[in-house]
Design a protein around this ligand. Structure first.
Ligand SMILES: [Zn+2]
Length: 388
C-alpha cells in the first residue's frame, strides 16, 4: 500500500507492506484524513513534543529521525479484522475511531508515534473497541472531522460556558472555527471571534460567529462590553463598597443578604469565557491584559515554547485559567452523532482535498492563512495540489 512518511521533516510517498490486524483490531481503507496543525508542527518540531511527552511518562512520541506516518483525523471503510475479533463490523462499513491503538502493553496515539502509523496512507489498523460506525450516511469528508470537532467539544464542555455567557474566540484556525461551531451548536448567544486574516474571519462568520473582529483594528474584549462585565479594578471595589452601603441604608444585616445572594449565584460577577486557539508565545499575556475582570480563559492552542505572562495582572482581575487536552471516548462518540444528526454543520471547515502525492503541497498551502483552513487527504485521489 501507499503511505506518506515524514523523516527528518521530509514528506515522501512510499510503498509499505499492508499491516495485519491482531486480535481486536480492524484493518480499514482510508476514505479521508484531515491534516492537523499538530502534524505541521510535528514535521519540524516533533523532538520537542516527544521530550515533553516523555516527561509526562510516555516515551514513544515520534522523533525526527524516525519514519512516521501522520494522520489521526480519519474516516475509513472496514476491510478485515484480526483473529478472534468478536462482532467486527461487516466489510465495507464506514467507521471513525478514537486514534489510539494497543501494541503489547502500551497504548499509542495513531499518527503521533512511529509505533502507530496513521491515516496518511491507503490503509491502517484501529482498535475494534474504539471504532464507531458512521451513522445516517454521513459523508466521509464530514465524518473525518469528528476528531478535531471532539477537541472543540471537550474544550466547550470544560469551559463550563452557559448560553448567556459571552464567548470570545481568539484565533480562527481549524481549532477556533471548530470551537465557534460547537458554541453555536449549544446555543451560546454571543460569540465574538478574532483573527487578523480576512479569509479566516469570513470562515468564522460562516461558522456562526456573531461578531468578528480584526485585532489589529479593534479589541475583541471591547466588543464584549455592554454585557455587565467588570472592566476595571476601581469598578469592582466601587461595586463591593456600594453594595454594602446600600444594604446599610436599608438597615439590613448586609452579611445575611450577601450570603443569600451568593447561595443563588447572584453575587458571582458576570464573566466572558475566552478561548485561546492560537498557541503562540505572548498570547496568554495579551489575553490576561485585555480581558475584563473575572474572565475565564480556556487554553486550547498548544504553544510548545516556554512562555511568559504577568501573574499579578491575572491576580488583579482574578482570571480563571483552564487548560484542555483531547476528549474522552464519550465526547468523541457524541461529536460524531452531533455531526451526523445535523446539530453542527462542519461544511465551512474544509477548504480543500488532495491525494497522497499532494500532501507536501498541502502542508505548504496551510502555511498561508488566506488560502486554507482544513485540508483533507483522499488516498484514492491523485490531485497533487489542494482543490476545493
Ligand atoms: Zn489534531
Amino acid at each position: 500500500m501507499k503511505a506518506v512518511t515524514c523523516t527528518d521533516a521530509k514528506l515522501e510517498v512510499v510503498d509499505q507492506p499492508t499491516p495485519t490486524p491482531a486480535k481486536g483490531q480492524l484493518l480499514i481503507d482510508v476514505l479521508r484524513c484531515g491534516i492537523c496543525g499538530s502534524d505541521l508542527h510535528a514535521r519540524n518540531y516533533c523532538d520537542e513534543v516527544a521530550e515533553a511527552m516523555s516527561e509526562t511518562g510516555y516515551p514513544d512520541g515520534m522523533r525526527s529521525h524516525e519514519s512516521v506516518v501522520f494522520g489521526h483525523e480519519f474516516c475509513g471503510e472496514v476491510v478485515d479484522y484480526g483473529p478472534g475479533t468478536r462482532k467486527a463490523p461487516k466489510a465495507g462499513t464506514p467507521v471513525v475511531s478514537v486514534p489510539f491503538v494497543r501494541r503489547g502493553n502500551a497504548v499509542h496515539g495513531i499518527g503521533l508515534s512511529a509505533k502507530a502509523p496513521g491515516a496518511y496512507a491507503e490503509r491502517l489498523l484501529i482498535e475494534q473497541s474504539l471504532a464507531l460506525p458512521v451513522p445516517n450516511g454521513l459523508p466521509a469528508e464530514h465524518a473525518a472531522l469528528t476528531e478535531p470537532m471532539a477537541v472543540a467539544w471537550h474544550a466547550v464542555r470544560r469551559s463550563g460556558i452557559t448560553k448567556k455567557d459571552v464567548a470570545i474566540v481568539i484565533g480562527c484556525g481549524p481549532v477556533g472555527l471548530a470551537v465557534i461551531l460547537m458554541l453555536k451548536a449549544i446555543g451560546v448567544r454571543t460569540v465574538i471571534a478574532s483573527n487578523r486574516s480576512p479569509f479566516r474571519r469570513s470562515l468564522a462568520t460562516a461558522c456562526g460567529a456573531d461578531i468578528v473582529v480584526n485585532p489589529s483594528e479593534d479589541s475583541p474584549y471591547a466588543s464584549a462590553s455592554g454585557h455587565g462585565h467588570l472592566e476595571t479594578l476601581p469598578q469592582a471595589l466601587d461595586l463591593a463598597l456600594g453594595t454594602v452601603e446600600k444594604l446599610h441604608r436599608l438597615r439590613l444585616p448586609w452579611w445575611h443578604v450577601w450570603r443569600a445572594a451568593e447561595a443563588v449565584g447572584a453575587a458571582t460577577p458576570k464573566r466572558p469565557v475566552i478561548f485561546e486557539c492560537v498557541g503562540v508565545e505572548g498570547i496568554i499575556e495579551s489575553i490576561v491584559t485585555g480581558a475584563p475582570l473575572a474572565a475565564r480563559v480556556v487554553v486550547v492552542g498548544v504553544c510548545m515554547a516556554a512562555d511568559q505572562f504577568r501573574p499579578s495582572m491575572a491576580i488583579f482581575k482574578e482570571i480563571d485559567m483552564r487548560f484542555v487536552l483531547g476528549y474522552t471516548p464519550l465526547e468523541f462518540r457524541d461529536t460524531l452523532h452531533m455531526i451526523a444528526d445535523g446539530k453542527v454543520d462542519v461544511t465551512p471547515l474544509v477548504t480543500g482535498t488532495v491525494g497522497l502525492n499532494g500532501v507536501a503541497a498541502a502542508f505548504d498551502a496551510l502555511g498561508d492563512p488566506e488560502a486554507h483552513a482544513k485540508i483533507l487527504i483522499d488516498p484514492r485521489s491523485d490531485s497533487a495540489s489542494p482543490t476545493p
